[in-house]
Every structure is written in C-alpha cells, then in structure tokens.
Design a protein around this ligand. Structure first.
Ligand code: NAP
Length: 313
C-alpha cells in the first residue's frame, strides 16, 4: 500500500471503522473514502456496484455490519442474517469486479463454535454448533469469511479475513439493550455514581473469563495484516490476556470512580465459562497490543463522558 492509494473504509462511523480511519490517517494515508449507510446502503447491490464503478478504490477495509447483543439478535434474526450477508456479498463481489488489490473482511470471535477448545485456534471454525442466540449473525459473518477464501481460490483475489475478540474503546455504543460488557458496566456504574447509589449489581457469578482488546490495537493489527498477511486462512486478533468478569468490574469501577459496592447476581446467566483466542499466528508476524486494560478503560471513560456530556452533568 502506498500513501496515495485509494482506501475505502466501510463502516467508518462505527467503533471499529473510526479506529481504522484514525490509524490509516496517522500512517499517512490521505485518500480515504467513506460513506454513511444513508449515503451508501451496502445491502443495495446496484448502489454498491455504482459506488465501486465511480470511486475505484485500490484497497477495501470492511468494518460495516449490523451488530447487536443477544436481545437485538433475538428480535431480528432475519435482519441480522439478511443485512450482514448482503453487505458482505456486495462488497466482496464488487471488490473482485473492480480489481481491488486487497480486501480485509472483519469476522468476530463469536462466530466460532459454542464449545470450541480454548484458546480458540483458527482451525476451530465450522467444527461444531454455533451459539444459538447469535447463529444468524454468525452464519452471515462466516459466509463473508469463506467468500474471501472462495474469491482467492477461484479468481486469485488477495482477500483476507480477521477474527477480532471483544473490543472496547473510543466510539463504543452505550445503550442499556445493545451494549457489550464494558460499555454496559461503564453505563451502570456512571449512573450509580451520579445518583449516589451505594451498590451496583451485575449479572452472573463474575467468574467467566473473557478477553478484551482496545480498538486502536485492533486497528494497528489490521494495518499490519494489510501490509504483510496474504494467506487464505482467517487470522485471530486478540490481546491474549484473560480476565474474570469480577476483576474487570473492579477495573471499570476504578476508571469510573464509583465508590459503592459491586455485587453479582448468580441467578442471572453467565454465558460460556471461558472465551479466549489463540493469537500465535498474529504474534508470529511481530504484532503486540500496546494498550493495557487499565489505561484503555481510563481512555474509554473519558471518551464516554466527553461524548455524553448531558449524562455527565
Ligand atoms: N465491537 C466489537 O466488540 C467487535 C468484536 C469483534 C468483531 N467486530 C466486528 O467489527 C465490525 C464493526 O463493528 P463495530 O463495533 O464498529 O460496529 P458499529 O459501531 O455498530 O458500526 C457499524 C458500522 O456499520 C455501518 N453499517 C451498518 N449497516 C450498514 C449498511 N446497510 N450500509 C452501510 N453501512 C452500514 C454503520 O454505518 P452508519 O452509522 O452510517 O449506519 C457503522 O458505521 C463488525 O463487522 C463486527 O462484527 C466488532
């Protein structure tokens, strides 16, 4: 990739897409093409074809998707499947038709089988049943990952796919229904701090182990992959560090400055006991995460208070 190349970053308003834009700009790339979903609906085949014809990007980073938690998925199985399949299919197909030199498609650790061996190696994909609550989303994402491989095999396209672990950081979504674990904790503890509440109760036992990566570290891994990874097999991106949910809660509490007590409700579901990616393949390329969880949480909380000043005051 040269600084003068045209790079289409799909999903630039999202947490991941905005981190990709920041990272590519910092790396000196100035010809970055972006479109909101209103300007270009990636589920619309004709519009996507027209866009590629007009803009002729050299490289494509695919970070657009319909994303949501368990409840959002449950309420809209068809939407999650249809929209994510269409976005992936249109973007990958038009990238081939218009001679895109390289494309990166983002999958997710949640597309691996529910009972995959831990840490989850890349070879675990499609080796078992999916988590039923996000099956529609996972199947659509797996289609995108495999499409990259099929277009490589049939047409020789240099299309790669990556599987990030749970991400957090700048630009995350704060919504009681839709948020992932870290923004959900921040939201709850911030509200408790503001209201002077003495206690916050979180779901489950607090014992499950999870892995988190600051979104700018994800973007730096993507930059490395775009420069030096050209294999058919998808590649995991994770911090490689596991933390129990109850220890994470203490760290979030510290970042937020909530002085009350954090308790857990063991009557609520825990989810899978352990979920961590095997990231040996990525580390062999020389990548290391730069942001410690404690620092990342502090940055995330500042971003939260800056963006939601009405909540802050
Ligand atoms: N967040 C995580 O923890 C995580 C973990 C692993 C993998 N990932 C992957 O990373 C990618 C991005 O996730 P995110 O957290 O950044 O999601 P996000 O914050 O919800 O952003 C989604 C982006 O997709 C765009 N989009 C949605 N529907 C579209 C459509 N029909 N046409 C065009 N653009 C559309 C949105 O554009 P508008 O705002 O303009 O509507 C937005 O920019 C996803 O593929 C996800 O699977 C995320």
């Amino acid at each position: 990739m040269k600084p003068t190349d045209r790079i289409y970053i799909a999903g630039h308003t999202g947490m991941v897409g905005s981190a990709l834009v920041r990272t590519w700009q910092q790396a000196g790339y100035n010809d970055i093409i972006t479109r909101t979903s209103t300007e270009l609906d990636l589920t619309n085949q004709q519009a996507v074809a027209q866009f590629f014809e007009q803009e002729k990007p050299d490289y494509v980073l695919m970070a657009a998707a319909k994303v949501g938690g368990i409840e959002a998925n449950r309420m809209a199985l068809a939407d999650f499947f249809y929209q994510n399949t269409m976005m992936a299919t249109n973007t990958i197909h038009q990238s081939w038709k218009h001679g895109v030199k390289k494309l990166l498609f983002l999958g997710s650790s949640c597309v691996y089988p529910k009972f995959a061996s831990q840490p989850i190696h890349e070879s675990e994909l499609l080796q078992g049943m999916l988590e039923p609550t996000n099956e529609a989303y996972a199947l659509a994402k797996i289609a995108g990952v495999k499409m990259c491989s099929y277009y490589r095999k049939q047409f020789g396209c240099n299309f790669i796919a990556a599987m990030p672990c749970n991400l957090y950081g700048y630009g995350d979504r704060y919504d009681a229904q839709l948020s992932h674990v870290i923004p959900a904790m921040i939201l709850k503890m911030h509200k408790a701090k503001q209201e002077g509440a003495k206690e916050v109760t979180l779901w489950g036992t607090g014992t499950p182990l999870r892995e988190f990566l600051f979104v700018d570290d994800l973007a730096s891994a993507c930059l490395l992959l775009m420069h030096s990874y050209n294999d058919d097999e998808w590649i995991n991106i994770g911090s490689g560090t596991e933390i129990a949910i109850k220890d994470l809660a203490l760290m979030v509490q510290h970042a937020v400055g909530f002085t009350g007590t954090v308790t857990f409700d063991p009557n609520m579901p825990d989810g899978t006991p352990r979920k961590v990616l095997d990231t040996k393949k990525l580390r062999a390329l020389g990548w290391e995460p730069q942001v410690l969880l404690s620092d990342g949480l502090a940055k995330t909380y500042i971003d939260f208070t800056t963006r939601f000043t009405s909540i802050n005051h």
